[in-house]
Design a binder for this molecule. Sequence first.
Ligand SMILES: CC(C)(COP(=O)(O)OP(=O)(O)OC[C@H]1O[C@@H](n2cnc3c(N)ncnc32)[C@H](O)[C@@H]1OP(=O)(O)O)[C@@H](O)C(=O)NCCC(=O)NCCS
Length: 234
Amino acid sequence: MPLDMELEAVMRPPELPMPPYPPKVVTMATGKQMVIRQVGREDVPALLEAVRPTLDITRDFYDVVGARVYAELLSWQKYRAANHYCIIGQIEGILVGIVNGRMYTQDIGMSLHTMTIERGLRVGGHLFAAKMEYQIEILGQKEVLIVAESPIGMRRFLIDFELEPRPDTPHELGGVPSNSLTRELWLKHSPRLVVGDRPVPKELMEVAEREIIAPTEELINEKILGEKRMRRLI
Ligand SMILES: CC(C)(COP(=O)(O)OP(=O)(O)OC[C@H]1O[C@@H](n2cnc3c(N)ncnc32)[C@H](O)[C@@H]1OP(=O)(O)O)[C@@H](O)C(=O)NCCC(=O)NCCS
């Protein structure tokens, strides 16, 4: 059934202006180059394909994070999420990680999720740093509210960035108490945790933009469950 655009105009949330994230390239420990770039609503189907298999993976809380990411991407695609953005990591076109978040207000950012498909390379660490870079440096937010759903996330984000507990501020992910990345903490930790070069060389950017290649379900299971840890996606 075609959408009732008059009704849609009322239902769709107003959007704050959000300048784009300038893409960058990170050289990984393997020597491969990961392009980190922002994607749009038109890219959601490819992202969902890669997230879908994680819904059944209980290890390291992939199921909880996967289900939430899936719902957030769909809501964003269908204009049911306000001020949402999504940034991805690709190596040779292959999707290796996804981060998302939103502007809660002009000054306060809401970090949503970080999910890695290729494990053991700090893909998630680099992508989390990139989304904080986006919220603080590009969107100019004063603080970002963050929660961890998994112990690995807790180590990577809360501990690495020494986030400040905000016990009285419920996060929109389940209402659990938030932690805050303030501008001050960002200035302290970003020189150590944020890496990457700009601009991304033209050839690399072309490969990334040509297609977001979702790994197969079998490969995703293998990567996340670590059955064959020596075999790399790339
Ligand atoms: C949290 C997350 C984004 C971190 O990603 P990352 O920085 O790329 O780190 P990895 O997950 O690859 O590795 C984390 C650690 O587990 C180890 N590890 C766990 N399973 C592994 C596997 N199958 N293969 C390789 N390494 C594995 C790594 O060696 C690494 O050890 P280190 O901390 O000593 O470096 C990622 O683990 C993830 O997507 N988890 C599920 C969703 C989630 O919890 N999101 C965060 C919510 S707050």
